[in-house]
Design a protein around this ligand. Structure first.
Ligand code: C2E
Ligand code: CA
Ligand code: CA
Ligand code: CA
Length: 277
């Protein structure tokens, strides 16, 4: 297949492949969707490995597309990043998550919410300002917010990441390194980053039952994180066997379909109150 990335010219090629054409359509729809607010945040709980009690939720964006149904962020986040729409979408996500934290507070639920940040958001000079504005507007406690940044993004431009993490931690929000284990962060770098949490990538969790290597890596990561005073969350936990191994390895929190899929805020509230099915 020929290269299709980047140039405007490629968009008008008659033999353009279906994938590219779809991206362009998505891009056009996405602009409208941002104006029309066709997005929703769903929430997936994280639970303490020892007690199974909820420790917080991760906000995951969905697009209620008028004709194509509910679309996954895997489909549209890369498109939003590529076409410069992630700033607007990301701001909506931050604002909506803060609004939900406030709504839960009003219901007497002190819920911690984790928000994903993309590479372009992290490189926006006014990110910290936008976040503090949303926190102030919704009158929420900043410690209830965690921002998740993937390890590869955090590593990409170490200096600017350090600066941004410093700005963010000064606001009082928490920081987490997502998809940990897929990049090659150095120990000293992690110490300087002011992160409080590592999320072990699902690929390691999947291999836990079958691979002694995966178990050794996860055990080492948890040990290292604990030495550094970091909390460890395992993502994508689907089986009881995975849960048992992770618990034995002293993983702090677990997240995955074994406990719950991402849910609407209403379902999330019910789940917390204990009348989920
Ligand atoms: P992520 O941050 O690694 O989020 C975890 C993904 O794994 C979510 O997919 C979640 O639904 C899924 N997941 C959770 N438990 C399990 C499990 O047990 N098994 C399997 N197979 N999957 C599980 P989702 O919601 O489709 O999100 C995909 C990615 O899109 C996220 O990966 C994140 O990188 C990105 N994303 C989602 N929401 C946002 C957002 O608001 N902003 C930004 N910038 N990115 C977002
Ligand atoms: Ca995440
Ligand atoms: Ca992740
Ligand atoms: Ca992942």
């Amino acid at each position: 297949a020929k290269r299709t990335g980047g140039s405007g010219y490629a968009f008008f090629e008659p033999h353009m492949n279906a994938g590219v054409r779809q991206q362009i359509e998505l891009q056009r729809d996405l602009r409208l969707a941002i104006e029309r607010r066709e997005f929703e945040l769903h929430y997936q709980p994280k639970v303490n490995a020892g007690t199974s009690l909820i420790t917080g939720v991760e906000a995951l964006v969905r697009w209620r597309h008028p004709t194509r149904g509910m679309l996954s962020p895997v489909l549209f986040i890369p498109v939003a990043e590529r076409f410069g729409l992630i700033g607007a979408l990301g701001s909506w996500v931050i604002d909506e998550a803060c609004r939900q934290v406030a709504a839960w507070s009003a219901q007497g639920m002190r819920m911690r919410v984790a928000i994903n940040l993309s590479v372009h958001q992290l490189r926006q000079d006014d990110l910290a300002k936008r976040i503090s504005a949303a926190i102030a507007q919704h009158k929420i406690d900043p410690v209830l917010l965690t921002f998740e940044i993937t390890e590869s993004v955090a590593m990409e431009d170490a200096e600017s990441t350090l600066q941004m993490f410093e700005d963010l931690s000064r606001i009082g929000v928490k920081l987490s390194i997502d998809d940990f284990g897929t990049g090659y962060s150095s120990l000293s770098y992690l110490r300087r980053l002011r992160v409080g949490e590592l999320k072990i990538d699902r690929s390691f969790v999947q291999d836990l039952e079958f691979s002694a290597d995966a178990r050794a890596i996860v055990e080492a990561v948890i040990g290292l994180a604990h030495v550094l005073g970091l909390k460890v969350v395992a993502e994508g936990v689907e089986t009881a066997a995975q849960r048992d191994v992770l618990t034995r390895l002293h993983c702090d929190d677990l997240q995955g379909y074994l406990f719950a899929k991402p849910m609407t805020p209403e379902m999330m509230t019910k789940w917390v109150e204990g009348d989920d099915a």
